[in-house]
Design a protein around this ligand. Structure first.
Ligand SMILES: Cc1cc2nc3c(=O)[nH]c(=O)nc-3n(C[C@H](O)[C@H](O)[C@H](O)COP(=O)(O)OP(=O)(O)OC[C@H]3O[C@@H](n4cnc5c(N)ncnc54)[C@H](O)[C@@H]3O)c2cc1C
Length: 451
C-alpha cells in the first residue's frame, strides 16, 4: 500500500502507523460507532506536519479525517479508506498572557490538561464540553461545543480569539481580527473575522492546529444537591431560578445536572463566581424554591478538585443523544422524559443509564445524554431514544447532532442562500473535497445543492 510508505517518508516513520492498535483506536469512537479501517494513522506534531499531509492527500486524491478524542457520539468521523489524522500529538501549551487573558495552545491538547495548566496561573477555561475532560481544544471550534461545564454568560466558543487552520489547499489561514493584521492577540474590531466559518464545520473546511483562547480568572464554586425535583413543575421552577440568576452580580455560572435513572430524583446545582457572599445568597435563593439538603460553603478557587467527573461507565459503552431547548420548555421536556421516554427504553436500558440536564443560564441550552451497555441493546436503546426525541421532544427544541434525527433536522431546515454560501466556501477552502467528506452541516449543504 502506497499511503503509509509515502507518508512515513514525508513525515518520519514514527508519525505514520499501520500498527493494529493504532488502526483499532481510529476504527471506533467513544460511543462504539464502527468507523471502518483507515489506510493509516498519521500523528502530526505541528502545523507544518498537517500542511505536508494535506498537500500529500490532495495529490494522492485521498480523504483525510481529523480526529481528537473521538468523544463525539453522533459519528462525526469516518476512517474507512481514509487517512486518519490523530491530532492528539499537537498537545503543547505555547504561551499564556495572564495580563491580556489570552492563551495560545495546540489543538490536540485536552480541555482538562489545558485547564490544569491555566489553573497554575489562577486562570481557567470558563466553559467547556463535559466529556470527562478528554475533548480536544480544536473540537471547541470544529464542533462548536455547547458548554456542558458552562459559563454563566456565554457558550464555549465565545472564548475563541483566533485559530490557525490548514485549509484543504494546504494554505495556512490565521483567523482572529488582530491576527489577520499580524498583530498580537487583542480585542481588535473593524475587520471581518473568518473564525465563525469554522464553527461546527467538523473538519470539513479546514484542520484547526492552534487556538488563541480567552483565559478567565478562576472562579469559586458552590454546589448544592437538591432532593426530589421529580416533576415537571419542580423542573420548570429550577429553570425559572436559573433565569432569575442571570445578571446577578458575582455569579458567573449556573449549572443544573440531574441524574434521573442513575441516581433517581436527584439534581446537583453548581454556582460559580468570584464573591463568597453573592454565592451564599444565590444558593439560599435556589434552596428556598426546593428542599435542598444543607447549604454548602463555597469552595475556594483552585481547590484542586477536577471540574470533570469520573467516568460512570467503561469507555466502550457510552451512547448519547441530546436536545437543545429554550429554558421555557425545560419542564415539559423533563415531564415527557420521565413519563414517556424513560418507560419506553426501560426494557433495554441498563440501570446505569442516565439523563443529565444542563440548564446553562445563557438562555436556551439544555442538554440531555444517556448511556447504555455496549452491544445490540445499546443500539436498540439509542435508536428508540432517537425516535422518541423526534416524535415527543423534537417540536420543543432542536436535536443536538443526535444521529439520524440531526441529519433530518438539517435537511428540512437549511436556508437555501445559507446552503449555497456554504457550498461556495467549501469549494474555496477544500476544492478537492478531501477534508472529512460526508459529515455534518457542510455535507447537508452539499446534499441540498444536488437536489
Ligand atoms: C459524556 C459526554 C459528555 C459530553 N458533553 C458535551 C457537552 O457538554 N457539550 C458538547 O458540545 N459536547 C459534549 N460531548 C460531545 C463531545 O465530547 C464534544 O463535542 C467534544 O468537544 C468532542 O471533542 P473530541 O476531541 O472528542 O472531538 P472528535 O470527536 O474527535 O472530533 C469531533 C469532530 O471534529 C473534527 N475535528 C476534531 N479535531 C479537529 C481539528 N483540530 N480541526 C478540525 N476538525 C477537527 C472531527 O473530524 C469530528 O468531525 C460529550 C460527550 C460525552 C461522551
Amino acid at each position: 500500500m502506497k499511503a503509509p510508505k509515502e507518508l512515513a517518508r514525508l513525515l518520519g516513520a514514527s508519525k505514520a502507523s499501520v500498527k493494529p492498535a493504532d488502526l483499532a483506536r481510529a476504527a471506533r469512537d467513544f460511543a462504539g460507532n464502527d468507523l471502518g479501517r483507515a489506510l493509516c494513522v498519521v500523528r502530526p506534531a505541528d502545523t507544518e506536519d498537517v500542511r505536508k499531509t494535506v498537500l500529500w492527500a490532495r495529490k494522492a486524491k485521498t480523504a483525510l479525517t481529523p480526529m481528537g478524542a473521538l468523544s463525539s457520539f453522533w459519528a462525526a468521523t469516518r476512517a474507512a479508506g481514509r487517512v486518519a489524522l490523530d491530532l492528539r500529538g499537537l498537545s503543547r501549551l505555547l504561551s499564556v498572557d495572564a495580563l491580556e487573558g489570552v492563551a495560545h495552545a495546540q489543538a490536540g491538547m485536552s480541555v482538562a490538561a489545558f485547564d490544569a495548566a491555566l489553573s497554575k496561573k489562577g486562570l481557567t477555561l470558563a466553559a467547556a464540553p463535559d466529556g470527562f475532560g478528554d475533548a480536544t481544544l480544536g473540537s471547541l471550534a470544529a464542533n462548536d461545543t455547547v458548554a456542558g461545564l458552562g459559563q454563566f454568560a456565554a457558550p464555549a466558543t465565545s472564548q475563541l480569539v483566533g485559530l490557525t487552520v490548514v485549509l484543504g489547499t494546504g494554505e495556512i489561514l490565521r483567523t482572529g481580527a488582530s491576527s489577520v493584521l499580524g498583530l498580537p492577540a487583542f480585542a481588535l474590531q473593524g475587520v471581518p473575522d473568518p473564525t465563525g466559518l469554522f464553527l461546527a464545520s467538523e473538519g470539513s473546511l479546514g484542520i484547526v492546529t492552534e487556538l488563541l483562547l480567552r483565559a478567565s480568572p478562576r472562579p469559586k464554586r458552590s454546589a448544592l444537591v437538591l432532593r426530589r425535583p421529580s416533576s415537571s413543575k419542580d423542573f420548570a421552577r429550577l429553570a425559572a431560578a436559573a433565569r432569575a440568576l442571570r445578571g446577578t452580580p458575582g455569579i458567573d455560572r449556573f449549572l443544573v445536572e440531574s441524574w434521573v435513572t442513575m441516581r433517581p430524583d436527584e439534581a446537583r446545582v453548581e454556582l460559580a463566581g468570584p464573591d463568597d457572599e453573592a454565592l451564599r445568597a444565590a444558593a439560599r435563593r435556589v434552596a428556598a424554591a426546593f428542599k435542598a439538603e444543607g447549604l454548602p460553603e463555597p469552595e475556594p478557587a483552585g481547590s484542586g478538585k477536577s471540574r470533570w467527573q469520573e467516568r460512570p461507565l467503561g469507555k466502550e459503552s457510552w451512547k448519547g443523544v441530546s436536545l437543545q431547548v429554550p429554558h421555557a420548555n425545560a419542564g415539559r421536556v423533563y415531564d415527557l422524559w420521565v413519563t414517556r421516554l424513560r418507560g419506553r427504553v426501560a426494557g433495554v436500558a441498563s440501570p446505569e443509564g442516565f439523563l443529565r440536564t444542563y440548564l446553562n443560564a445563557y438562555g436556551c441550552a439544555s442538554l440531555f445524554g444517556w448511556s447504555f451497555p455496549a452491544g445490540e441493546a445499546a443500539a436498540a436503546s439509542s435508536a428508540e431514544v432517537e425516535r422518541g426525541l423526534r416524535t415527543l421532544l423534537g417540536p420543543l427544541g432542536i436535536p443536538y447532532r443526535a444521529g439520524t434525527v440531526w441529519r433530518a433536522a438539517l435537511d428540512g431546515r437549511l436556508d437555501p442562500v445559507y446552503a449555497g454560501t456554504l457550498r461556495s466556501v467549501k469549494t474555496l477552502f477544500d476544492p478537492d473535497g478531501i477534508l472529512n467528506p460526508g459529515v455534518g452541516v457542510v455535507d447537508a449543504a452539499l446534499r441540498r445543492g444536488t437536489k
